[in-house]
Ligand binder design. Structure first.
Ligand SMILES: Nc1nc2c(c(=O)[nH]1)N(C=O)[C@@H](CNc1ccc(C(=O)N[C@@H](CCC(=O)O)C(=O)O)cc1)CN2
Ligand SMILES: Nc1nc2c(ncn2[C@@H]2O[C@H](COP(=O)(O)OP(=O)(O)OP(=O)(O)O)[C@@H](O)[C@H]2O)c(=O)[nH]1
Ligand SMILES: [Mg+2]
Length: 448
């Protein structure tokens, strides 16, 4: 059981630094002393959810700032507790004076994510929704922000609940059979238990597919550009970034250190890494650069192997290919087609012909790249998701598969269905540990 404390917490809710208006948020079981001390009014004198113009007062009665005070009595607030908001002038000195005054009046500094954690513990949000709050704030693209809002509005949680409800119905059937063994298999057959199980499994696949898209939007992918020296890796990096982020010369071995750039494609954040060309060398610096290339390859989700169209795939390229981890996806990019007169044309899914220098075939490259990382371009309806959610869905899938395989062994069937449900409940936080909550909320910013 959670030892859930409801002492009064306070934090600056707006971003640090200067701003037109700054917001202090106070939440707790009893915020009357803060209201009395700062506003010189009784809590009952504040009309709920109404903007009150007020002077915010220091201990000696002098004014610290003037602004708007808002009182949200529990349970109708973001946290579900009594909440006081002070909207003052958005300078760091004023904001810190106001926060200090709240502490003086008995509040303590809120920990990162503590307001949202309270909203979760008070049942205002489930865990997937609480995570979406952070994801909206951290969103790097409009598509990511919109899909985070979908999760906050409960789109993901509703899908999970539908699955859980269907699982519960099925479990009731199975457990009934356990209680009355004489009815046994015929009973399950009559209720089409196996069909129901297959239906849930199919629905789970759909949810997994959408959640996978949501995770892509949130976390993006690591794409590494590799190949022999001079094939045009840095040129392609610059073309994709739309600016000169990497040095390009006709000298083989130009790039030494890895160069990283965040590129948005269709709202999907791609961490693109340009690397030192791969070759045998005695140059000390270049050698270290090549070590870094391999380190980047280890962490990548997709490699673009750049090739010179005039040469095709050489012996050297085959050696590079053979050294890549077998699990790594590789897109072969034949560059410099302006010199061969090739056209981008129709080729295999893992192959593309471009000219980084002339900007030929880049549109095709972008869409192939997205396809390779599994982006289906269905922005609408995608809710944001995290690896934690995908892991839970995959684990539930495993349990359903085991349940199906053990269909006639009713005790195993019952147990696997129960475990599948637990996995799904972890997503919305109905089944969770304090450790997990600690990990999730500690990654929030303070004041959220
Ligand atoms: N000033 C301010 N703006 C903000 C927030 C905030 O806390 N304060 N938010 C903080 O993230 C976001 C909005 N989220 C909020 C969520 C719920 C409630 C709230 O009062 N809920 C009540 C009443 C709902 C209703 O009237 O329909 C409730 O749930 O009972 C307020 C803000 C963004 N903007
Ligand atoms: N004609 C033509 N030249 C290109 C193209 N792409 C790159 N180049 C030229 O090829 C040379 C090498 O380009 P880079 O982008 O520096 O190659 P790199 O693979 O990064 O090379 P290293 O950093 O040395 O490994 C430069 O002179 C580029 O201008 C292309 O599509 N067409
Ligand atoms: Mg280079």
């Amino acid at each position: 059981m959670n030892l859930y404390v409801t002492d009064t917490i306070a934090a600056i809710a707006t971003a640090p630094g200067r701003g037109g208006v700054g917001v202090i948020r106070v939440s707790g079981k009893d915020i009357a002393p803060v209201i009395a001390g700062l506003l010189g009014r009784e809590q009952s004198a504040l009309k709920p959810r109404f903007a009150h113009f007020a002077h915010f007062k220091a201990a000696d009665g002098s004014a610290l700032d003037e602004g708007i005070a808002l009182f949200f009595p529990n349970p109708a607030s973001f946290t579900g507790e009594d909440v006081l908001e002070l909207q003052g002038h958005g300078g760091p000195v004023v904001m810190n004076m106001l926060l200090k005054r709240c502490i003086e009046l008995g509040a303590r500094h809120a920990q990162p994510g503590e307001f949202t954690k309270r909203a979760f513990l008070n049942g205002k949000l489930d865990l997937a929704q609480a995570e979406a709050v952070a994801d909206i704030i951290d969103a790097q693209s409009e598509a990511a922000a919109k899909s985070a809002l979908k999760s906050l509005d409960g789109a993901f949680s509703r899908e999970v609940h539908t699955l859980v409800d269907e699982l519960i119905t099925l479990r009731m059937l199975v457990e009934a059979t356990l209680d009355f063994p004489e009815e046994d298999i015929d009973f399950l057959e009559a209720a089409d238990a196996r069909g129901k199980l297959a239906g849930i499994a199919a629905q789970l696949e759909t949810t997994l597919a959408t959640a996978t898209q949501g995770k892509l939007l949130r976390e993006g992918m690591h794409v590494v550009l590799i190949g022999q020296p001079n094939v045009g890796k840095s040129s392609l990096m610059n073309a994709l970034a739309g600016e000169d982020v990497a040095i390009v010369t006709d000298i083989a071995g130009t790039t030494r250190d890895t160069v990283r750039e965040l590129i948005q494609l269709d709202g999907v954040p791609l961490h693109v890494i340009d690397t030192a060309g791969l070759r045998d060398t005695d140059d000390t610096v270049e050698k270290i650069g090549i070590e870094r290339t391999w380190a980047a390859v280890e962490k990548a989700d997709l490699a673009l192997l750049l090739l010179d169209s005039r040469e095709g795939i050489t012996e050297h390229d085959r050696t590079i290919l053979s050294k890549l981890p077998t699990s790594l996806k590789v897109l072969r990019v034949f560059n410099k087609i302006d010199l061969t007169g090739d056209t981008p044309g129709e080729v295999a899914d893992d192959e593309i012909h471009v000219s980084a220098k002339q900007g030929i075939g880049l549109k095709e490259l972008r869409s192939k790249l997205l396809k390779q990382i599994g982006w289906q371009g269905i922005n609408d309806g995608v809710f944001i998701a995290r690896e934690r959610h995908l892991t839970a869905i995959r684990a539930a899938r495993e349990h359903l598969a085991t349940a199906d395989a053990a269909y006639l062994q009713i005790e195993i069937l019952a147990e696997e269905l129960r475990l599948a449900q637990n996995c799904l409940n972890e997503i919305t936080g109905e089944f969770t540990s304090d450790d997990l909550l600690g990990v999730i909320f500690s990654r929030f910013c303070i004041g959220k």
